[in-house]
Design a protein around this ligand. Sequence first.
Ligand SMILES: *[C@@H]1O[C@H](CO)[C@@H](O)[C@H](O)[C@H]1NC(C)=O
Ligand SMILES: *[C@@H]1O[C@H](CO)[C@@H](O)[C@H](O)[C@H]1NC(C)=O
Ligand SMILES: *[C@@H]1O[C@H](CO)[C@@H](O)[C@H](O)[C@H]1NC(C)=O
Length: 363
Amino acid sequence: MKGLMMLPAPVRSSRAMMLASFCIALILLHTFWRPSWGGSFNNPPPPPPDNLPDHLVTAPGPGPGPIKGPSNPSHNTTHDQDELILPPTPEHPPVPPKPVSRIPKKIWYKKGKRERTLEMLDWEAGCLHRNPGYTSQVMDDEQSDEFVRNTYADHKELLDIYLGLTVPILKADIFRYLVLYHEGGIWFDLDVSCGTVPIDDWVPKEYKENTGLVVGWEFDSPYGANAMRQINSWTILAEPKSPHLWQVVEDIIQRAHEIMEQNNVTASGIRMDMVDDVVLFTGPIRFTGSLWRSMEHNYNHKVDVLKYANLTQPALIEDTVLLPGFSLAASMNRYPEGTVVGPSLVIHHYAGSWKNAEGGESV
Ligand SMILES: *[C@@H]1O[C@H](CO)[C@@H](O)[C@H](O)[C@H]1NC(C)=O
Ligand SMILES: *[C@@H]1O[C@H](CO)[C@@H](O)[C@H](O)[C@H]1NC(C)=O
Ligand SMILES: *[C@@H]1O[C@H](CO)[C@@H](O)[C@H](O)[C@H]1NC(C)=O
């Protein structure tokens, strides 16, 4: 004080004002600036909804926070914040909820006795990297048997056949329908890699809520109008309990019984040479035929397959999205010159480890 009083008046008052302003600034800062992360600059910023602009933050205390869209238990993704539905305010009219996919964000793989190659590990990692929020699970022989034994304990016929079969490719084919039927998600063969389009964007927004199954042409255009068009089975997306997948399983069981009778064997006696063709019995031709049959049962009309020939846009057929040939099988399809083809969603590398007399890995 003494020093201050000795200063000339103008200087004294300007010092006093600076001091006062500084104090007021400090008080203001202390009152209004409340860092929600507790004042430590080392902690990461808080997750939403703490980050919402002030006018959207709900009053403190209990009471509902921002309302979330229909929740999907397997949806622990960074994308969840896109689906926040904020309370409407005059400046922000209600936003319609984003369409929610019925397909779980989980990728299924099945491996045999052999270890996967480094390339295959890369393909899986690439798919997960490009699809944040997705998880994957790789089932080996024992795990898939265990899964089927537990999940389908009430279906004795199916268990006898599935657990009895010894031909790896037949089991791998059937397993995909069984795991997708019960759990839903995405089936990838081990030799599938992902393109750059996120899986969330494969189905057009306006179809999402109605889509329970997503498949793609394996052979669409190359063999002319009357050729049989085939859907691939290396990439299938399904909601849990898709009736179409159950139809595939039932049709396989029925055919397996015929083969067993014709050859006087039980399921464990079925060999590759008794099976006319793997693609017919359990593979893509089976899948395609059973899907159309199931549609016919469930929706009381035949699907006019030719309507979807030379397909260049995803088509919604009842509850199923059919993707063009170039989406999942670019190398298998040709289009008339000038056709605009979309991106490859996956690349199938045709490792074909089952293409031998034993129908799979021979160790
Ligand atoms: C999602 O998070 C919940 C808890 O927050 C957890 O129990 C559940 O297993 C998670 N699901 C997935 C698919 O990660
Ligand atoms: C079928 O196989 C069983 C034993 O595996 C045999 O006893 C039976 O005679 C066979 N039937 C025919 C018609 O070959
Ligand atoms: C599809 O395109 C091919 C030419 O690439 C043509 O021959 C065929 O008739 C077309 N099919 C249909 C059903 O339009």
